[in-house]
Design a protein around this ligand. Structure first.
Ligand code: HEM
Length: 277
């Protein structure tokens, strides 16, 4: 997701950069139409982002005390030149796209997996338990399985292995979340494991790092958790969920898709019934 955002960010900066990279890596992209599709998406995004910026710049009836959003703040920084160098419109577009791309797919995939697991394990008692359900979903269905690639800045020795400076490091958070030396019955969905302990996803418990850790940790944790908790709580509070056609929860396909973000291979289809009190 986020690496995708970087690629898309590059598209905004210069469509030829993407074209050169993609074509350089695989000339088939020209033949099979991938490049044409990438150009089309880049153009559409670019126009959309231009529209968002124009809309924010041309708001007539703004008051000093009106709440500001992310784009307002970026435009303000640009105007006041507070960062010590000029910020071009193209950089603002890349930043908006980055935040947009990094947040939507990840936050949504957690909801789909959590709903799927809740249909298989419908023992949700209260908000406290719902938070544990979300944590367990992040552990078992880590949305970004291989965190963003990093590069070691100096020679280090880890567990007896020499990692030289400049090595590309890819952290397998998916495998860490299922490591039997850290988790009992790691392949099972057991939210209770998070009930009476302080294990959190803020980057301090290295056995559980769905948002990464350290200086590059995801800056959107709070937003993501607020959205996921609020939406999930509303979905289960307002509706009684069943599977269509009398299907049983045992029929649910739990296969994962391959990609930067892990989705369900086949989308969850469930029926929302009004609660009858
Ligand atoms: C459940 C939802 C989310 C998950 C699982 C998630 C996960 C991640 C992960 C694993 C990284 C890379 C961290 C690393 O490599 O150490 C990351 C980076 C990032 N995330 Fe999230 N994220 C989520 C939601 C969000 C939201 C809502 C935003 C809102 C703007 C966001 C913005 C970003 C940005 C901008 C980066 C790049 C940070 C950098 O490179 O310095 N993410 N995220």
């Amino acid at each position: 997701m986020v690496a995708g955002a970087t690629v898309a960010g590059a598209m905004v900066v210069d469509a030829t950069v993407v074209e050169a990279t993609v074509a350089g890596e695989d000339e088939r992209s020209h033949v099979n139409g991938f490049n044409a599709k990438a150009d089309k998406v880049a153009k559409e995004f670019d126009e959309f982002l231009d529209g968002v910026i124009e809309e924010h710049m041309n708001r007539d009836n703004r008051h000093e005390n009106d709440e500001k959003d992310f784009v307002d703040v970026l435009l303000e920084i640009q105007k006041q030149e507070t960062v010590g160098f000029p910020i071009e419109r193209i950089s603002i577009k890349a930043l908006i796209l980055d935040a947009f791309a990094a947040s939507t797919d990840t936050t949504y995939t957690v909801l789909e997996w959590a709903m799927t697991e809740l249909l298989r394990h419908p023992e949700l008692h209260d908000m406290h338990y719902l938070k544990a359900v979300i944590k367990e979903t992040l552990r078992l269905h880590t949305p970004i399985p291989l965190l963003l690639p990093g590069i070691s800045t100096k020679d280090v020795k880890i567990n007896g292995y020499d990692i030289v400076e400049g090595t590309q490091v890819i952290i397998n958070a998916w495998a860490i979340g299922r490591d039997p030396s850290s988790w009992e019955r790691p392949e099972e969905f057991i939210p209770d494991r998070f009930l009476n302990n302080a294990i959190d996803f803020k980057g301090h418990n290295f056995e559980f790092i769905p948002f990464g850790s350290g200086r590059r940790i995801c800056p959107g944790i709070l937003l993501a958790m607020q959205i996921d908790e609020l939406v999930l709580a509303n979905l289960v509070h307002k509706f009684d969920w069943t599977l269509p056609g009398g299907a049983s929860e045992k029929d649910l396909d739990m296969t994962e898709s391959i990609g930067l973000t892990i989705h369900k291979s086949s989308p969850l289809i469930a029926v929302a019934n009004q609660w009858c009190f």
